[in-house]
Design a protein around this ligand. Structure first.
Ligand code: DI6
Ligand code: FE
Length: 400
């Protein structure tokens, strides 16, 4: 066996599905060639005579798959710190939204920003994620709500992926809320007839998302958006049942969605539908925390039904100004009661499934991309346990 590079003397958290827990391998080694993993296992099992051009001794450090943040809104103009102050003074999220603030205030700032400005402000946020070992990030549009600005946001997201050592998965979230300058029926038509077809034609979006909620779109409207996505050959995902049980998760399952995200108000029947559809549950504890929500997502039902659970930052200026995947894990453990194994799988293997990229990333197995994170910790639990400590030693993206 011939490697371009070999990392040895590591503790591997492989997250390989055939191994229990986080798939821990003591005294492990990982060998790569042409940016892909060719060996991941115990050093003692390395084929004799294996050669590597470069060898790194990790002195017992923990090595995990590169982290995957599978739900973010990293690209946007302005910020919402003023709204944060209003909420501290007693205003609530939904009434701010109804009064023209909320998502619409970010829409105004995003429409006013050039593509370069969007790239520059998002880059600062992206750097925070990369510093914590993120190697793949999903980025949504949704603060343009018109053809030009939605596509500009997606181009900015693509540019970030081209210019920096990270994979960016782009999602069209045109159905985020009703724009100030159109009525809802007219806007749904614009999404069906122009936004989805054009984003698909230009290869700017790999998936279509929507916000199914009292303050955004009804299930009937989302259905039309999803049908247009299907016609354009794009998979779907949904912001579902975050603030109320609006039937979002069941709708997402009905369309075989990649993921249904939030799920605080999702009931037992919808959980069963998610399981049947193989739709991934993406839990977003940063939004739960920031909105001081009380209603917990149905974690036990998800487990019992065998729904895969991912965890993400939901980084957005309104409900989750969270730029730390590690903090998201701590919140998911403390608030939602996820185990350490669920937390780590949630930002690696299951997050890969949520993006439909499970063949390429998410575990340390032969054939997968050489994306990993090396940590100055001994035990996997330390990645979830510390608050405000970043123990990243090195991030490796596509072997570098
Ligand atoms: N994700 C979203 O898109 C909405 N909530 C959430 O968790 C609203 C985001 C915003 O207020 O800007
Ligand atoms: Fe979101």
């Amino acid at each position: 066996m011939q490697f371009d590079r070999l990392w040895r003397n590591a503790r591997l958290a492989t997250l390989a599905p055939h191994r229990p827990g986080v798939g821990l391998v003591e005294r492990g080694a990982i060998g790569i060639a042409q940016g892909r993993i060719v060996f991941a296992g115990a050093e003692a099992d390395l084929p004799s005579g294996a050669l590597a051009r470069e060898v790194f001794d990790l002195e017992g450090r923990l090595l995990t798959p590169g982290l995957i943040d599978c739900h973010t809104h990293l690209v946007f103009g302005g910020d919402r710190s003023r709204e944060f102050e209003m909420r501290l003074a007693g205003a609530d999220y939904q009434s701010i939204a109804k009064a023209g603030g909320g998502i619409l205030s970010t829409v105004r700032a995003t429409r006013a920003a050039s593509e370069d400005e969007l790239v520059a402000s998002a880059l600062e946020r992206l750097r925070c994620l990369l510093a914590e070992g993120v190697t793949t990030v999903e980025i949504k549009s949704g603060y343009g709500l018109d053809l030009d600005t939605e596509l500009r946001m997606l181009r900015a997201a693509r540019t970030l992926g081209r210019q920096h050592p990270v994979d960016v998965a782009t999602t069209l979230l045109a159905a985020h809320t009703i724009p100030p300058d159109r009525d809802r029926a007219e806007y749904i038509e614009l999404i069906e007839r122009e936004l989805i077809p054009q984003a698909a034609r230009e290869g700017l979006a790999e998936a279509v998302d929507g916000f199914c909620e009292g303050i955004a779109f009804t299930p009937a409207e989302i259905r039309r958006v999803f049908e247009a996505a299907r016609s354009a050959g794009l998979p779907v995902k949904l912001h579902a049942d975050q603030l109320s049980d609006s039937g979002g998760a069941a709708l997402a399952a009905g369309f075989g969605a990649l993921s249904a995200d939030h799920l605080e108000w999702t009931g037992a029947e919808a959980v069963a539908a998610l399981a049947r559809a193989g739709t991934i549950a993406v839990l977003l504890p940063g939004a739960f925390y920031s909105l001081r929500e009380r209603r917990l997502p149905p974690v036990e039902a998800l487990r019992r039904s065998g729904v895969r659970i991912a965890v993400a930052t939901d980084c957005n200026p309104g409900t989750s100004p969270l730029l730390s995947v590690l903090m998201a894990l701590n919140l998911a453990a403390v608030q939602f009661g996820l185990t350490i194994e669920e937390c780590l799988a949630g930002v690696t293997r299951e997050a890969a499934h949520a993006l439909g990229r499970q063949r390429d990333i998410g575990t340390l197995e032969p054939g997968k991309r050489a994306d990993f994170a090396i940590w100055n910790v001994e035990r996997p639990a330390e990645l979830v346990y510390w608050i405000g400590r970043n123990p990243l030693y090195k991030r490796v993206w596509r072997g570098d």
